[in-house]
Each structure stands twice: as C-alpha cells, then as structure tokens.
Write a protein that binds this ligand. Structure first.
Ligand SMILES: Nc1ncnc2c1ncn2[C@@H]1O[C@H](COP(=O)(O)OP(=O)(O)OP(=O)(O)O)[C@@H](O)[C@H]1O
Ligand SMILES: [Mg+2]
Length: 294
C-alpha cells in the first residue's frame, strides 16, 4: 500500500527525522498510514518509534494505555502489539481523561525522542468539540512534533489545523482520506476491543491480595472496598512505568487484583471503567462517585 494513495507523502516523511504526529477523525486511515510509514522507514534502513495514543482501537499494547513500540526491522513490524513501554490512561474515550492522555503520550514521546530516527505518533479520532480540541492543543504544546499530518474528508480538519498553525507555527500537511478507507462498524470496534482485552488478560491469571494503601489516587478512609469490584487498574512498577492491566475483585471481604503481569508491581492506578472478565464488556465509572459518592 505504500505506493498507493499516499505514496509521495510516505517517501517524503520516511526521509525525515524527529517527531511526526498523525491526526484525523475516526476511520480516516491514520493507523494504516502509520504502518505504511513504519514499513518505509525500516525499508530505508532507519529506525522508528511508534506511539499508539489511540486508547480504544489500539495497535500497541492493550486498550486504556498509550503504547510505545520500537520498530527496527521487519520482525518488529509484525509484532506491533507487543509494547516496549506502556503508560496507563484508564479509559477508552479521551474526553474524561484529557490530562492522563496528554501526559501518557508526552511521556512516551520524550522516552522515544533521540532513541529512533523517526517518532510516529498515531492519535485518537477525537478532533472536534471542546474536549477534542483541548486534547489536541495540549498534545501539540507538550509533544512538539516537527510535522503534523492531517487526514481529512472535505475540510473537517481546518479548524484544528488553523489552531495548530496559529498557536504553534507548526508545519502541518493535510491529505485527503483514501476513498478506499472503510467506516468501521461500532460492533466491529467492540469486538476488536474485546479481543484486545482478552489478550491483555490471557491465562495464566493470578489473584494478588492488595492492601488499601497501594492506590493512586489514594482511597478515602472507611471506603467500602466492595465498591471497587470490577474496576480496571494499571499496574505500576514504582518508576512511573505501567507493567500491564489488572481488574479488582472483591470477594468474601478480601480485595484482590486479577492480572497476568503482577511481578514487580508496586502500586495500582485506578481506571475510569469496570471490565467484566467473562464478557469483556466495559462500563464507564466516575471515580469520584465510586470513592466519595459524588
Ligand atoms: N488505503 C486503504 N485501502 C483500503 N482500505 C483501507 C486503506 N486504508 C485504510 N483502510 C481500511 O479502513 C479502515 C480504517 O483505517 P484505519 O484503521 O487505518 O483508520 P484510523 O483512522 O486509524 O481509524 P481509527 O479511528 O479507528 O483509529 C481499516 O479497516 C483499514 O483496513
Ligand atoms: Mg487508528
């Protein structure tokens, strides 16, 4: 596909160094372009770092996390799912977690900058409204890409692109969405997400008893721990990195975390959703409500 719709653009981008950010609405071909670009970089004998900031329809690592994958050869390209580094966000829609989303993406861009010839940031399709624009504004402010590639239908990205140019004087190039790109059915998205959660919670699962002092944010005194049953958590190693995901389980008065990544965990970050490990369905929760009844 690299000599297809965006062939000339890919050839140009693959020769660059620095940070490239891909933006566009849902189903505009961002991830496909990212993949083609990674392939072009590797084919040119250079290295890339792929940062997948899509926390729902994820490529690198599980949903609810931003993932970083170094791509040095063909083999890495066919194992994009296996993250080299994860940063927990805790939700599958960025609107309630703009801070976490921006910090996670920035932390991984900073980690990758200088460690690869090209850093490719693939973002979520949230481009409009106050939430989408605020998210993109702060991502731009902190990630400081050298070039932004916008994929659009008609002129839908013009407000965002105008804002980027005005406030950050950044080089933005826009391209038309490939007419072949398909709109992905919500049911297909749900199935893709469930499959990704299934992979993140593949056997062998372990159940680790957890104390009520290991959480961020910290739990209020006297909290009925049963309220945490089913809440998704990020397992943290004590140096800021996320080891993987867990789900809290409260049974017979004991709180445990169910995970296959428990070795070396030091703390648990609370996510903003419950995950049912049988159906792999997710339901949004508001932490303030869970912890303080607000
Ligand atoms: N050039 C192309 N030709 C045919 N199909 C394509 C092409 N580019 C992308 N697609 C298909 O279109 C769909 C959407 O593409 P892709 O996942 O790259 O978009 P995206 O912008 O990353 O979407 P999302 O918002 O879900 O992250 C996918 O099923 C993909 O396989
Ligand atoms: Mg995508």
């Amino acid at each position: 596909m690299s000599d297809g719709h965006h062939g000339a653009l890919l050839d140009d981008l693959a020769r660059r160094r620095g940070v490239i950010m891909l933006v566009g609405g849902p189903d505009t071909g961002k991830s496909t372009l990212a993949r083609d670009l990674l392939a072009a970089v590797v084919a040119a004998g250079k290295t890339a770092a792929y940062i997948d900031a899509d926390i729902d329809q994820t490529t690198v690592g599980p949903p609810t996390c931003v993932g970083l994958k170094y791509v040095r050869d063909q083999r890495d390209l066919s194992h994009l799912g296996q993250a080299d580094e994860l940063h927990f966000v805790g939700a599958i829609a960025p609107d309630s977690v703009i801070l976490q989303q921006v910090v996670a993406t920035t932390a991984l861009v900073d980690a990758a900058r200088g460690a690869a010839d090209l850093v490719v940031v693939d973002t979520t399709g949230s481009i409009s409204g106050v939430g989408g624009q605020t998210l993109k504004y702060h991502k731009m402010e902190l990630c400081r890409p050298d070039v932004v590639i916008g994929l659009q239908r008609g002129a839908e990205l013009e407000p965002l692109v105008g804002m980027f140019r005005r406030f950050f004087s950044v080089d933005v190039e826009t391209a038309e969405v490939d007419p072949e790109v398909r709109l992905v059915d919500p049911e297909v998205r749900r199935a893709h997400r469930a499959k990704a959660f299934a992979a993140a919670f593949a056997e062998p699962l372990q159940r680790w008893r957890v104390r009520d002092t290991v959480f961020a944010p910290t739990l209020p005194a006297g909290l009925d721990l049963a309220r945490l049953h089913g809440v998704l958590v990020g397992l943290q190693d004590g140096s800021g990195a996320c080891l993987g995901l867990g789900v809290l389980e409260h049974e017979a008065g004991v709180l445990r975390v169910v995970t296959n990544q428990g070795d070396g965990m030091r703390g648990l970050r609370l996510g903003s959703l419950r995950l049912d490990l049988n159906t792999l369905d997710v339901h949004r929760v508001r932490l303030g409500e869970v912890m303080f009844g607000l």
